[in-house]
Write a protein that binds this ligand. Sequence first.
Ligand code: TXA
Ligand code: MG
Length: 353
Amino acid sequence: MEKVKRVKTRVWIVDNIVDKQQVYQQIREAAEWLRAGEVVAFPTETVYGLGADAANTAAVEKIFEAKGRPSDNPLIVHVASRAQAEAVATPLPPVAETLMERFWPGPLTLVLPKRAGAVSERVTAGLPTVAVRMPDHPLALALIEASGLALAAPSANRSGRPSPTTAAHVLADLNGRIAGVIDGGPTGIGVESTVLDCSGDVPVILRPGGVTKEMLSEVIGHVAEAAGGGDEQEAPKAPGMKYTHYAPKAPLWIVAGPPAFLQQLVDESRAEGKTVGVLTTEENKDRYAADVVLPCGTRRELTTVAHRLYDTLRRFDETNVDLIYSEAFPEEGLGAAIMNRLRKAAGGRVISG
Ligand code: TXA
Ligand code: MG
């Protein structure tokens, strides 16, 4: 049953606009709505976020309502300056300062000791820590600056759905449930930020993302990974990691093996009368005979796979497939983030051959 009051969702189109003054007006209007306690979706370099004033509990509650998000899953606070970060987190561990210097603005979220009373308890779900990031996107930074607020912002999708990489994805999930969305065109990286817990002795990757383990290790040396790479099996440190995520409507299986093995699975399922989808890459797309074959970037450049992953998952929803078989990717570099999201989309189902 629909509990959220339906509203008319405003769309500010700022993609491809050369008129700086017009962009400024649009951002200023969106910022005013945020100051008035409304929720507004905006682009970042990773995925679209659904923002609200992090200090305003009623506004933050609207995020959870619009998304249908479990309330024990804390939100990332988005800032546009070091001063804003220090206003919500203190004391900053030295390792965090080093990482901010090197990777901010950028797709790295730092879990830090929180400053008492600086953000709503609903943002941190009662934890002693707060997750903070500075997005590397001109519209996101402009919006934060224009509002003068630290913005609590999870990905702007309905809970459980693939994260949105376009304003159209946001509207598909949240039209009528949020005050507005800033349409700044497709996002770049395509998977969410790396979440790094800096509140303990050794930094721990809670969620792999755009800043890879290799990149972090180069700067700060040893970096640990959450048990099971942030998988559901262990008690989750990033509370969000325990929920089903990123899932297309048809069940998805990851197939670790050569295309011929994946094709064999397709043939068996089709023999049972199933309509079968394949998530593949430019290299392999012509090697499959299935009902729907969608290439998702090229293996030569995993950034292209990350960039297209959520859109590809959503595009399967526009088809009539009963199930999807997906190729697997190498776990190094950005591949770790891609496989983390795919495993969640698959609910952990992997077939090896
Ligand atoms: O790229 C991103 O990070 C996007 C864009 C919009 O910035 N945001 C995003 O937010 O992915 P969300 O809410 O979908 O994911 C936040 C993750 C969740 O897994 C949550 O559990 C974790 O960060 N998290 C937030 N606060 C935390 C804390 N204090 N301790 C541990 N994990 C935390
Ligand atoms: Mg999310």
